[in-house]
Design a protein around this ligand. Structure first.
Ligand code: TXA
Ligand code: MG
Length: 323
């Protein structure tokens, strides 16, 4: 169900213009949006999320023309944007000298992450507000990203000025983040566009980020996207006292189990992942279960991003800040 209409869009754009926070649906996950050119507004995002200041924010633009106002635009950026925008790909590029986006959004780096989202509500809000929108996923730092308006209400409800409800997010995983540096391209975070697709358009392999330059993306922090309940990965079946998150044939019957995709579709699994983790997390708390066992997920295509999120959700806590 969507409560989105022209009136709420106008109110949301007015709030953005006043420097307030609006949660907006994108095709990946819900974002916590604010005017990217307003320092106070961007600072409010960090405060609402409880996010360490060194983690930069993605700036959402309507299209490549809008992105070019803020970042340098080498041929590889044009190539990738013309194939994957609007869509779940974030490009990290050098800020232009005259870049009007708050330096806070770059967290002290000389680069900016930009993305043109494909969701009609996000597109409409950017255009109605007439400015770029800084928006991290609309969850408290380190927690599971929201894929419905209800998820946002549950975890950040009192900290946002308005939530635009666009229904469940069709992709369900955050964008793929690629840093472009001259001719080179580095995969900072696997996400909604599979690596192989990007490599085929880029005509080159994506490099791996260097440890020295961490944290380039907090999605890269060891513990992230974490439910309260511990996860046990690559489990063919649940043990006693465990809930089960299945995939394909590795399923389990009963009230303590969900299947990410009975037909073994990675796309369907990605769309269900965060919502199912939340549901099982709550179930475990209610029933006093000790863990969520998770079926093995193939690593091809979107499986790379799904496994990335599961590994971080399973990582020991207390390692959530690398330095
Ligand atoms: O799909 C998505 O990307 C969602 C929707 C709302 O667009 N947004 C999202 O934002 O996942 P967030 O803040 O939760 O994750 C953005 C990641 C962070 O890990 C951040 O470090 C990285 O992008 N990032 C942003 N700007 C960067 C930059 N200049 N250099 C390196 N990493 C950057
Ligand atoms: Mg996030």
């Amino acid at each position: 169900m969507t409560t989105f209409d022209a009136g709420s869009l106008r109110s949301a754009a007015a709030l953005i213009a006043e420097g307030r926070l609006v949660a907006m649906p994108t095709e990946t996950v819900y974002g916590l949006a604010a005017d990217a050119t307003n320092d106070t507004a961007v600072a409010r995002i960090f405060e609402a999320k409880g996010r360490p200041q060194f983690n930069p924010l993605i700036v959402h633009v309507a299209d490549a023309a809008m992105a070019r106002r803020f970042v340098e635009w080498p041929p590889l950026a044009e190539k990738l944007a013309s194939r994957f925008w609007p869509g779940p790909l974030t490009l990290v590029l050098k800020r232009r000298a005259d870049c009007a986006v708050s330096l806070l959004a770059s967290a002290g780096l000389d680069t900016l992450g930009v993305r043109a989202p494909a969701h009609p509500v996000a597109q409409a809000l950017i255009r109605e507000a007439g400015r770029p929108l800084a928006a991290p996923s609309a969850n408290p730092s380190g927690a599971i990203s929201p894929t419905t308006a209800a998820h946002v209400r549950e975890s950040l409800g009192d900290k946002v000025d308005m939530i635009l409800d666009g229904g469940p997010c069709p992709v369900g995983l955050e964008s793929t983040i690629v840093k472009i540096d001259g001719d080179g391209a580095v995969l900072l975070r696997p996400g909604g566009v599979a690596r192989a697709q990007i490599e085929s358009v880029a005509g080159r392999k994506l490099g791996a980020p260097s440890q020295a330059s961490a944290p380039q993306a907090p999605g890269m922090l060891a513990s992230h996207y974490a439910p309260q309940t511990p996860l046990r990965l690559n489990a063919r079946a649940p043990c006693d006292g465990e809930a089960y998150l299945g995939f394909g044939d590795a399923g389990s019957a009963g009230p303590l189990a969900l299947n990410l995709s009975a037909s073994a579709s990675l796309q369907e699994a990605a769309a269900n992942l965060f919502a199912y983790l939340r549901t099982l997390d709550k179930l475990c708390a209610r029933r006093g279960l000790r863990a969520i066992a998770v079926a093995p997920i193939p690593s091809a295509g979107l499986g790379e991003a799904i496994n990335d999120r599961l590994n971080r959700a399973a990582a020991p806590r207390g390692h959530s800040i690398r330095h």
